[in-house]
Design a protein around this ligand. Structure first.
Ligand code: ASP
Length: 336
Protein backbone atom coordinates (compact mmCIF):
# COMPACT_ATOMS: atom_id res chain seq x y z
CA UNK A 1 0.00 0.00 0.00
CA UNK A 2 1.13 3.49 -0.76
CA UNK A 3 3.26 4.98 2.06
CA UNK A 4 1.28 8.23 2.16
CA UNK A 5 -1.96 6.34 2.55
CA UNK A 6 -0.68 4.32 5.48
CA UNK A 7 0.53 7.47 7.24
CA UNK A 8 -2.62 9.45 6.57
CA UNK A 9 -4.88 6.62 7.77
CA UNK A 10 -2.98 6.01 10.97
CA UNK A 11 -2.93 9.76 11.72
CA UNK A 12 -6.67 9.98 11.23
CA UNK A 13 -7.11 7.03 13.60
CA UNK A 14 -4.82 8.60 16.22
CA UNK A 15 -6.52 11.96 16.03
CA UNK A 16 -9.92 10.31 16.37
CA UNK A 17 -8.68 8.46 19.46
CA UNK A 18 -7.30 11.70 20.93
CA UNK A 19 -10.64 13.39 20.47
CA UNK A 20 -12.52 10.46 22.03
CA UNK A 21 -10.29 10.44 25.09
CA UNK A 22 -10.71 14.19 25.32
CA UNK A 23 -6.99 14.32 25.72
CA UNK A 24 -5.63 16.55 23.98
CA UNK A 25 -5.82 18.99 21.41
CA UNK A 26 -5.70 21.48 24.17
CA UNK A 27 -6.58 24.36 21.95
CA UNK A 28 -9.34 26.85 22.05
CA UNK A 29 -9.83 30.29 20.64
CA UNK A 30 -9.10 32.00 23.97
CA UNK A 31 -5.44 30.99 23.89
CA UNK A 32 -5.06 30.91 20.13
CA UNK A 33 -2.51 31.65 18.86
CA UNK A 34 -0.46 30.23 21.70
CA UNK A 35 2.21 32.78 22.60
CA UNK A 36 4.85 30.05 22.92
CA UNK A 37 4.20 28.62 19.47
CA UNK A 38 4.51 29.95 15.94
CA UNK A 39 1.85 29.40 13.32
CA UNK A 40 3.48 27.50 10.45
CA UNK A 41 2.16 27.96 6.94
CA UNK A 42 3.19 24.92 4.92
CA UNK A 43 3.91 25.69 1.26
CA UNK A 44 3.99 22.47 -0.76
CA UNK A 45 6.39 23.92 -3.36
CA UNK A 46 9.90 25.36 -3.42
CA UNK A 47 10.64 28.81 -2.00
CA UNK A 48 10.50 31.63 -4.50
CA UNK A 49 7.46 30.43 -6.50
CA UNK A 50 3.93 31.83 -6.58
CA UNK A 51 2.47 29.68 -3.78
CA UNK A 52 5.43 30.70 -1.66
CA UNK A 53 4.83 34.35 -2.68
CA UNK A 54 1.21 34.37 -1.53
CA UNK A 55 2.07 32.52 1.70
CA UNK A 56 4.85 34.97 2.55
CA UNK A 57 2.66 38.01 1.83
CA UNK A 58 -0.16 36.41 3.83
CA UNK A 59 2.14 35.54 6.75
CA UNK A 60 2.86 39.24 7.23
CA UNK A 61 -0.82 40.16 7.15
CA UNK A 62 -1.79 37.28 9.46
CA UNK A 63 0.91 38.29 11.91
CA UNK A 64 -0.99 41.57 12.30
CA UNK A 65 -4.51 40.16 12.26
CA UNK A 66 -3.97 37.08 14.46
CA UNK A 67 -1.30 38.61 16.62
CA UNK A 68 1.09 35.67 16.69
CA UNK A 69 4.32 34.73 14.98
CA UNK A 70 3.68 33.25 11.53
CA UNK A 71 6.39 31.38 9.64
CA UNK A 72 6.48 29.81 6.18
CA UNK A 73 7.86 26.31 5.71
CA UNK A 74 8.50 24.87 2.24
CA UNK A 75 7.79 21.14 2.00
CA UNK A 76 8.11 20.61 -1.73
CA UNK A 77 7.61 17.41 -3.67
CA UNK A 78 5.14 14.79 -4.77
CA UNK A 79 2.45 15.25 -7.41
CA UNK A 80 0.53 18.47 -6.79
CA UNK A 81 2.51 19.22 -3.65
CA UNK A 82 1.44 15.93 -2.06
CA UNK A 83 4.31 15.89 0.44
CA UNK A 84 3.36 19.22 2.03
CA UNK A 85 -0.35 18.41 2.03
CA UNK A 86 0.34 15.02 3.66
CA UNK A 87 2.59 16.68 6.23
CA UNK A 88 -0.27 18.98 7.23
CA UNK A 89 -2.46 15.94 7.89
CA UNK A 90 0.17 14.53 10.25
CA UNK A 91 0.18 17.71 12.36
CA UNK A 92 -1.79 18.44 15.55
CA UNK A 93 -5.08 20.09 14.60
CA UNK A 94 -4.66 23.07 16.92
CA UNK A 95 -4.41 25.81 14.31
CA UNK A 96 -0.63 26.16 14.57
CA UNK A 97 0.06 24.20 11.38
CA UNK A 98 -1.78 25.33 8.26
CA UNK A 99 -1.40 24.78 4.54
CA UNK A 100 -1.51 27.30 1.70
CA UNK A 101 -2.42 25.39 -1.42
CA UNK A 102 -3.76 26.01 -4.88
CA UNK A 103 -5.93 24.45 -7.57
CA UNK A 104 -4.20 21.08 -6.99
CA UNK A 105 -6.83 20.55 -4.28
CA UNK A 106 -9.39 20.54 -7.08
CA UNK A 107 -7.43 18.29 -9.43
CA UNK A 108 -5.81 15.85 -6.97
CA UNK A 109 -8.75 13.41 -6.98
CA UNK A 110 -8.82 12.99 -10.75
CA UNK A 111 -5.12 13.36 -11.51
CA UNK A 112 -3.44 11.41 -8.70
CA UNK A 113 -4.10 7.68 -8.57
CA UNK A 114 -3.95 6.22 -5.04
CA UNK A 115 -4.35 9.63 -3.42
CA UNK A 116 -3.50 9.06 0.27
CA UNK A 117 -6.21 11.41 1.56
CA UNK A 118 -9.70 12.59 0.81
CA UNK A 119 -9.64 16.25 -0.22
CA UNK A 120 -13.22 16.80 0.87
CA UNK A 121 -13.18 15.07 4.27
CA UNK A 122 -9.60 15.11 5.62
CA UNK A 123 -9.05 18.89 5.68
CA UNK A 124 -10.53 21.85 7.51
CA UNK A 125 -11.38 24.58 5.03
CA UNK A 126 -10.38 27.98 6.40
CA UNK A 127 -11.20 30.29 3.48
CA UNK A 128 -9.87 31.15 0.05
CA UNK A 129 -7.18 33.73 -0.57
CA UNK A 130 -6.84 34.78 -4.22
CA UNK A 131 -7.39 34.05 -7.89
CA UNK A 132 -4.31 34.26 -10.09
CA UNK A 133 -4.04 34.32 -13.89
CA UNK A 134 -1.26 32.48 -15.68
CA UNK A 135 1.05 33.40 -18.51
CA UNK A 136 2.66 31.34 -21.25
CA UNK A 137 6.36 32.20 -21.16
CA UNK A 138 9.47 31.03 -22.99
CA UNK A 139 13.24 30.98 -22.55
CA UNK A 140 14.95 34.22 -23.60
CA UNK A 141 16.93 32.35 -26.29
CA UNK A 142 13.79 31.42 -28.28
CA UNK A 143 13.82 32.89 -31.79
CA UNK A 144 10.07 33.64 -31.53
CA UNK A 145 8.89 36.99 -30.20
CA UNK A 146 5.16 36.78 -30.90
CA UNK A 147 2.61 34.03 -30.38
CA UNK A 148 2.38 33.53 -34.13
CA UNK A 149 6.15 33.11 -34.37
CA UNK A 150 6.00 30.73 -31.41
CA UNK A 151 3.51 28.50 -33.22
CA UNK A 152 5.77 28.46 -36.28
CA UNK A 153 8.75 27.54 -34.09
CA UNK A 154 6.70 24.82 -32.35
CA UNK A 155 5.66 23.35 -35.72
CA UNK A 156 9.28 23.27 -36.88
CA UNK A 157 10.57 21.69 -33.66
CA UNK A 158 7.90 19.07 -32.90
CA UNK A 159 9.31 16.22 -30.82
CA UNK A 160 12.11 18.37 -29.40
CA UNK A 161 10.25 20.86 -27.21
CA UNK A 162 10.48 20.83 -23.42
CA UNK A 163 7.67 22.28 -21.34
CA UNK A 164 8.65 22.86 -17.70
CA UNK A 165 6.22 22.55 -14.83
CA UNK A 166 6.16 22.52 -11.04
CA UNK A 167 5.57 18.77 -10.92
CA UNK A 168 2.79 16.44 -11.87
CA UNK A 169 -0.64 17.73 -10.87
CA UNK A 170 0.75 21.24 -10.54
CA UNK A 171 -0.99 24.32 -11.86
CA UNK A 172 1.70 24.73 -14.50
CA UNK A 173 1.22 21.14 -15.65
CA UNK A 174 -2.52 21.67 -15.91
CA UNK A 175 -2.07 24.86 -17.93
CA UNK A 176 0.63 23.29 -20.15
CA UNK A 177 -1.53 20.25 -20.74
CA UNK A 178 -4.51 22.37 -21.78
CA UNK A 179 -2.33 24.48 -24.06
CA UNK A 180 -0.86 21.39 -25.76
CA UNK A 181 -4.40 20.08 -26.26
CA UNK A 182 -5.44 23.43 -27.70
CA UNK A 183 -2.62 23.57 -30.26
CA UNK A 184 -2.62 19.77 -30.68
CA UNK A 185 1.10 19.31 -30.19
CA UNK A 186 2.69 17.00 -27.62
CA UNK A 187 5.75 18.27 -25.79
CA UNK A 188 8.12 16.70 -23.27
CA UNK A 189 7.03 17.58 -19.75
CA UNK A 190 9.91 18.47 -17.40
CA UNK A 191 8.74 18.40 -13.76
CA UNK A 192 10.39 20.40 -10.95
CA UNK A 193 9.58 20.76 -7.23
CA UNK A 194 7.99 24.13 -7.78
CA UNK A 195 8.07 27.08 -10.12
CA UNK A 196 11.23 28.60 -8.66
CA UNK A 197 13.67 25.87 -9.85
CA UNK A 198 11.74 25.55 -13.14
CA UNK A 199 12.06 29.30 -13.69
CA UNK A 200 15.82 29.17 -13.07
CA UNK A 201 16.20 26.56 -15.81
CA UNK A 202 13.88 28.44 -18.16
CA UNK A 203 15.90 31.62 -17.76
CA UNK A 204 19.07 29.57 -18.32
CA UNK A 205 17.61 28.02 -21.48
CA UNK A 206 17.66 24.39 -20.23
CA UNK A 207 13.91 24.16 -20.92
CA UNK A 208 11.88 25.92 -23.61
CA UNK A 209 8.48 26.94 -22.27
CA UNK A 210 6.34 27.12 -19.16
CA UNK A 211 2.90 28.31 -18.14
CA UNK A 212 2.81 29.81 -14.66
CA UNK A 213 1.10 32.24 -12.32
CA UNK A 214 1.59 35.96 -12.89
CA UNK A 215 2.66 36.24 -9.26
CA UNK A 216 5.95 34.67 -10.28
CA UNK A 217 6.21 35.55 -13.97
CA UNK A 218 5.48 39.31 -13.89
CA UNK A 219 8.88 40.38 -12.56
CA UNK A 220 10.72 38.03 -14.96
CA UNK A 221 8.72 39.34 -17.92
CA UNK A 222 9.31 42.93 -16.81
CA UNK A 223 13.05 42.27 -16.42
CA UNK A 224 13.11 40.62 -19.89
CA UNK A 225 14.48 37.43 -18.35
CA UNK A 226 11.81 35.40 -20.17
CA UNK A 227 9.59 35.98 -23.21
CA UNK A 228 5.83 36.34 -22.67
CA UNK A 229 3.43 34.97 -25.29
CA UNK A 230 -0.03 35.22 -23.79
CA UNK A 231 -2.18 35.41 -20.69
CA UNK A 232 -4.71 32.74 -19.72
CA UNK A 233 -7.66 34.99 -18.80
CA UNK A 234 -10.39 35.98 -21.24
CA UNK A 235 -9.69 39.67 -20.58
CA UNK A 236 -6.29 41.37 -20.67
CA UNK A 237 -4.81 42.19 -17.27
CA UNK A 238 -4.83 45.66 -15.87
CA UNK A 239 -1.33 45.86 -14.44
CA UNK A 240 1.41 47.97 -16.05
CA UNK A 241 3.81 45.10 -16.83
CA UNK A 242 1.22 42.87 -18.52
CA UNK A 243 -1.46 45.21 -19.87
CA UNK A 244 -0.25 44.83 -23.47
CA UNK A 245 0.00 41.05 -23.30
CA UNK A 246 -2.73 39.48 -25.44
CA UNK A 247 -4.98 36.74 -24.12
CA UNK A 248 -4.49 33.25 -25.54
CA UNK A 249 -8.17 33.41 -26.46
CA UNK A 250 -7.69 36.48 -28.66
CA UNK A 251 -4.54 34.86 -30.12
CA UNK A 252 -6.66 32.07 -31.52
CA UNK A 253 -6.94 29.53 -28.68
CA UNK A 254 -10.69 30.15 -28.40
CA UNK A 255 -12.09 29.85 -24.90
CA UNK A 256 -8.68 29.19 -23.35
CA UNK A 257 -9.01 30.15 -19.71
CA UNK A 258 -7.11 28.96 -16.63
CA UNK A 259 -7.16 30.80 -13.33
CA UNK A 260 -5.39 29.45 -10.29
CA UNK A 261 -6.83 29.96 -6.83
CA UNK A 262 -5.21 29.58 -3.44
CA UNK A 263 -6.85 28.64 -0.14
CA UNK A 264 -5.95 28.07 3.49
CA UNK A 265 -6.40 24.63 5.10
CA UNK A 266 -5.88 22.86 8.38
CA UNK A 267 -5.91 19.19 9.35
CA UNK A 268 -9.33 17.72 10.16
CA UNK A 269 -10.28 17.94 13.81
CA UNK A 270 -9.56 21.59 14.61
CA UNK A 271 -11.84 23.14 17.25
CA UNK A 272 -14.67 25.15 15.68
CA UNK A 273 -13.81 28.32 17.59
CA UNK A 274 -10.19 28.18 16.42
CA UNK A 275 -11.41 27.75 12.83
CA UNK A 276 -13.63 30.81 13.29
CA UNK A 277 -10.75 32.84 14.74
CA UNK A 278 -8.40 31.89 11.90
CA UNK A 279 -11.08 32.69 9.34
CA UNK A 280 -11.66 36.12 10.91
CA UNK A 281 -7.89 36.70 10.85
CA UNK A 282 -7.76 35.60 7.22
CA UNK A 283 -10.60 37.93 6.23
CA UNK A 284 -8.84 40.83 7.94
CA UNK A 285 -5.60 39.87 6.15
CA UNK A 286 -7.44 39.87 2.81
CA UNK A 287 -8.35 43.51 3.47
CA UNK A 288 -4.87 44.50 4.60
CA UNK A 289 -3.87 47.28 2.17
CA UNK A 290 -0.26 46.09 1.97
CA UNK A 291 -1.28 42.51 1.20
CA UNK A 292 -3.78 43.66 -1.42
CA UNK A 293 -1.25 46.01 -3.03
CA UNK A 294 1.46 43.34 -3.24
CA UNK A 295 -0.83 40.67 -4.65
CA UNK A 296 -2.78 42.86 -7.05
CA UNK A 297 0.44 44.45 -8.29
CA UNK A 298 1.33 40.97 -9.57
CA UNK A 299 -1.98 40.35 -11.33
CA UNK A 300 -3.71 38.39 -8.54
CA UNK A 301 -7.24 39.18 -7.44
CA UNK A 302 -7.69 39.01 -3.68
CA UNK A 303 -10.88 37.17 -2.78
CA UNK A 304 -13.58 39.37 -1.28
CA UNK A 305 -16.60 37.23 -2.10
CA UNK A 306 -18.21 34.50 -0.01
CA UNK A 307 -15.49 31.99 -0.96
CA UNK A 308 -13.48 33.38 1.97
CA UNK A 309 -16.03 31.64 4.24
CA UNK A 310 -15.02 28.07 5.20
CA UNK A 311 -18.31 26.50 4.04
CA UNK A 312 -18.21 28.32 0.69
CA UNK A 313 -14.52 27.49 0.26
CA UNK A 314 -15.38 23.82 0.69
CA UNK A 315 -18.27 24.08 -1.77
CA UNK A 316 -16.05 25.82 -4.30
CA UNK A 317 -13.36 23.10 -4.10
CA UNK A 318 -16.07 20.45 -4.59
CA UNK A 319 -17.26 22.33 -7.68
CA UNK A 320 -13.69 22.52 -8.99
CA UNK A 321 -13.28 18.75 -8.50
CA UNK A 322 -16.47 18.23 -10.51
CA UNK A 323 -15.29 20.71 -13.15
CA UNK A 324 -11.79 19.28 -13.71
CA UNK A 325 -12.56 15.55 -13.46
CA UNK A 326 -14.01 15.19 -16.98
CA UNK A 327 -11.30 17.46 -18.46
CA UNK A 328 -8.50 15.40 -16.94
CA UNK A 329 -10.18 12.10 -17.82
CA UNK A 330 -10.54 13.26 -21.42
CA UNK A 331 -6.86 14.26 -21.51
CA UNK A 332 -6.02 10.76 -20.16
CA UNK A 333 -3.27 11.96 -17.83
CA UNK A 334 -2.56 10.80 -14.29
CA UNK A 335 0.14 10.77 -11.67
CA UNK A 336 1.12 8.04 -9.23
N1 ASP B 1 3.24 27.54 -9.72
C1 ASP B 1 3.44 26.22 -9.26
C2 ASP B 1 2.49 25.28 -9.93
O1 ASP B 1 2.53 25.26 -11.11
C3 ASP B 1 3.65 25.97 -7.86
C4 ASP B 1 4.56 26.93 -7.12
O2 ASP B 1 5.79 26.84 -7.16
O3 ASP B 1 3.98 27.76 -6.47
O4 ASP B 1 1.77 24.53 -9.33
Amino acid sequence: MNRFRVIARSMTALLGLGTLLGCGLNANAADYPNKDKSITLIVPFAAGGPTDRVARDLSEALRKSLGGNVVVENDAGGPGGLIGASKLLRSTPDGHTLLVHHIAMGIFPSLVRNLPFNVESDFEYLGMINDVPMTLIGKPQLPANTYKELLTWVAANKGHINLANAGLASASQLCGMLWQASIQVDMTSVPYKGTAPAMTDLIGGQVDLMCDQTTSTTSQIEGKKVKAFGVTTLKRLNIPALKDLATLDELGEKGFQVTIWHGLYGPKGMPADVIAKINAGLKAALKDPEFVKKQEGLGAVVITDKRSDPAEHKKFVASEIARWTPVIKAANVYAD
